[in-house]
Design a binder for this molecule. Structure first.
Ligand SMILES: [Ca+2]
Ligand SMILES: [Ca+2]
Length: 138
């Protein structure tokens, strides 16, 4: 019983602590069977993470195989930022400026998701996604 109580306390404390900054790189692929965006039937992969109020959330998505698209989703499921093409992110397929970047300040502490998405329905291929959060200004 004592051991169970100890772990319950530890988990309670972890749950209350502010999210730490993250710096993640994911390699993935958009493929048949992935989640489907309701608005245009394009495919996406969802990446959940936590951020504290005031943190700067930066996400980048690059692919040489398809036109990337990024969405930032809050804990209520609302899209709070999006980007199709960012000219600073280098060339996508055919040398076109199709890669994506979002920079956004977290409006509250909680759960967020990045949707790594293809611009069009039917587009598939490999991609690299980064998600970073930097500490809020003190
Ligand atoms: Ca996928
Ligand atoms: Ca794009």
């Amino acid at each position: 019983m004592r051991t169970i109580s100890f772990f319950a306390l530890v988990f309670a404390l972890v749950g209350c602590s502010k999210p730490e900054p993250i710096n993640e790189t994911h390699t993935g692929s958009i493929a048949t069977g992935d989640s489907v965006l309701q608005t245009d039937n394009s495919l996406y992969d969802a990446y959940p993470f936590k951020a504290a109020e005031g943190m700067t959330i930066t996400a980048t998505m690059t692919s040489t195989e398809f036109d990337t698209y990024l969405h930032l989703i809050d804990s209520q499921g609302n899209q709070i930022a999006q980007n199709d093409d960012d000219a600073t992110m280098g060339a996508g397929p055919g040398g076109a400026q199709t890669n994506s970047k979002i920079v956004f300040t977290a409006p509250s502490t909680g759960d967020y998701q990045i949707y790594a998405n293809a611009f069009r329905a039917g587009e598939t291929g490999n991609y690299t996604l980064t998600i970073t959060t930097t500490a809020a200004a003190q």
